[in-house]
Design a protein around this ligand. Structure first.
Ligand SMILES: [Zn+2]
Length: 416
């Protein structure tokens, strides 16, 4: 009986700690009383949680501000506290179509270092080996404690056990990737579908606070393939087997081009960067673009290629209008480098509004990503995904046996 009471008290404490950490991640430096107000806990509980997190080095306070508060007792200003940017972090990995992004991200979500390498082989063993090499290189620049490794990729994932199930460009079938990575690095590993992580990253940054309806965010990414991620009331919509939002082989145009899957006019065969590049190479065999950036560049003084980009943007606008009519989300975000040029985004936006017609005002305005950073979004989202697990009630703080008062009295671990 007693054990149950202790377990419950601990889980409530872990849950409250998670709420404090999440609040600091979303809002940045905040005084204690404000956190208590915002998450509806007593100031005493919040102060206790913060003291424990400071003992573990997770949270710090501005030493200048706290000195001022100490010396100026009358009407002393509240001291903001914030997530320690220097002691812990996560390794963020994005396994792209032909490349690997690896980087270190601090508790505030800032990328400390990043590198991109082309993949030479596609086996999971090779990818892990390449990841290991990249992490070794990055760790020479920064040797903070890494609490988790998070990986995003365009694949159907069983997120309960981090297994890659099917539906992916790597031809990995039932690959226990999380377990393989954990066995290599001995660090908690989290794996998710890239568009899901991207939607989550946008959601946690600016949560939708609508009282009467679903707080939902829809993100559509147009890249090597076309995918959609949705977060509703804090949870990722995954579907029955983790295939929700896999738009690739959804029929879109009955008389469209033949797709690799054998059907005609699938979304990916019409709207993806790959489809666009294939058409552009047929149109310009003398100067074939191999990367989407090259195509966008060539289109600046080539009307035929420009029309190709515009037609695709118009079709993306129509697709967004259809998806929005089905789900009626509270926010809609479009990502993907080739639809994000100012001109391209304008074409998509016009087509989206036109397709919704006289009902356009009833639906949500189209947005771009809120992450204005010089790193690929699926990689940045991978970091946020890892941090969401770090800030969850799963994080445990353990007292350290030591006598040196200058040392931290608690250690932090994320069990797996
Ligand atoms: Zn197809």
């Amino acid at each position: 009986m007693k054990q149950t009471v202790i377990a419950d008290a601990e889980s409530v404490r872990a849950m409250n700690r998670s709420r404090v950490l999440q609040h600091l991640f979303r809002n940045g430096p905040t005084p204690r009383y404000k956190i208590a107000e915002n998450i509806n806990l007593t100031q005493a509980s919040v102060s206790r949680i913060i003291a424990e997190c400071m003992d573990a080095g997770l949270i710090v306070q501005d030493s200048e501000a706290s000195h001022m508060a100490e010396t100026n007792k009358v009407g002393r200003p509240p001291v903001p506290i914030f997530l320690n940017p220097n002691m812990y972090g996560v390794v963020a990995v994005h396994i792209g179509a032909t490349w690997l992004d690896v980087g270190l991200v601090n508790l505030q979500g800032n990328v400390i270092c990043h590198l991109r390498e082309q993949r030479k082989e596609e086996t999971p063993e090779y990818v892990i080996q390449q990841m290991q090499h990249a992490i070794d290189v990055l760790r020479q620049k920064d040797d903070r404690t890494m609490l988790a490794i998070s990986i995003t990729l365009n694949a159907q994932v069983d997120c309960r056990n981090g297994q890659i199930i099917g539906h992916n460009v790597f031809n990995w079938n039932h690959v226990p990737l999380a377990e393989m990575v954990q066995n290599t690095f001995h660090v908690r590993t989290i794996i998710d579908t890239n568009v899901y992580a991207m939607a989550l990253a946008e959601y946690v940054r600016a949560p939708v606070t609508s009282i009467q309806t679903d707080s939902s965010l829809m993100l559509v990414n147009v890249g090597t393939t076309v995918g959609m991620g949705m977060v509703v009331n804090q949870s990722i919509v995954r579907g029955k087997t983790g295939l929700s939002g896999f738009l690739e082989h959804t029929p879109w145009q009955a008389d469209g081009p033949l797709c690799e899957c054998g059907k005609k006019g699938c979304i990916t065969s019409l709207l993806s960067d790959r489809a666009l590049l294939a058409t552009a190479r047929e149109l310009r065999p003398d100067k074939p673009p191999f990367k989407i950036e090259d195509l966008v560049q060539l289109a600046t003084d080539d009307e035929v290629l420009k029309k190709l980009l515009r037609d695709r943007a118009v079709a993306v606008g129509q697709l967004l209008a259809t998806l929005v009519s089905v789900h009626d989300p509270s926010r809609l975000i479009l990502t993907g480098s080739s639809v994000m040029g100012p001109e391209e985004f304008m074409w998509v936006h016009e087509s989206y509004t036109r397709s919704l017609g006289k009902h356009a005002a009833d639906y949500v305005e189209l947005e771009t990503s809120s992450y204005d950073v010089p790193f690929p979004l699926p990689f940045v989202a991978s970091g946020v995904l890892g941090l969401q697990t770090v800030f969850s009630p799963q994080l445990s703080l353990l007292p350290i046996e030591q006598t040196d008062v200058t040392q931290l009295s608690h250690s932090v671990a994320l069990p797996y």
